[in-house]
Ligand binder design. Sequence first.
Ligand code: SF4
Length: 136
Amino acid sequence: MRSPIAIVDVDRPDGWTRWRAGLCASCAANCCTMPLEVRLPDLVRLGLVDAFEAEHVEPRVIAKRLQKARLIDHFNHKNTVFTMARRASGDCRFLDADTRQCTVYELRPETCRLHPQKKSPRPGYCAYGARVQQQR
Ligand code: SF4
């Protein structure tokens, strides 16, 4: 079943909202339905790769294991970037579907920490969608 939350059209950031402090409190977490690219340190922090493995095993071998476990969808070997697998709904695996809160907030990947001010298809803007307008 598709998430009741609208999937953000990442190809159309021209319709996004200028981000401001406090905006996230009423948002349906649309940014957490977008493809999430992470690096090895993120995966270690999240407990999906252990530090020894990260140091001693080839990233492409790690990627193969993560792909088999359906934890990632894609691995870009040129820049060692992993794209996390998402739920069938499109949500990030770490997003609580009901509260629309991140369940690993303290450990969240760098991409999430830098979005939307620095890491975004349109820096300073986000795919805000009010939670009340989009609930079932
Ligand atoms: S890790 Fe947390 S903040 Fe990042 S996309 Fe997933 S739910 Fe959102």
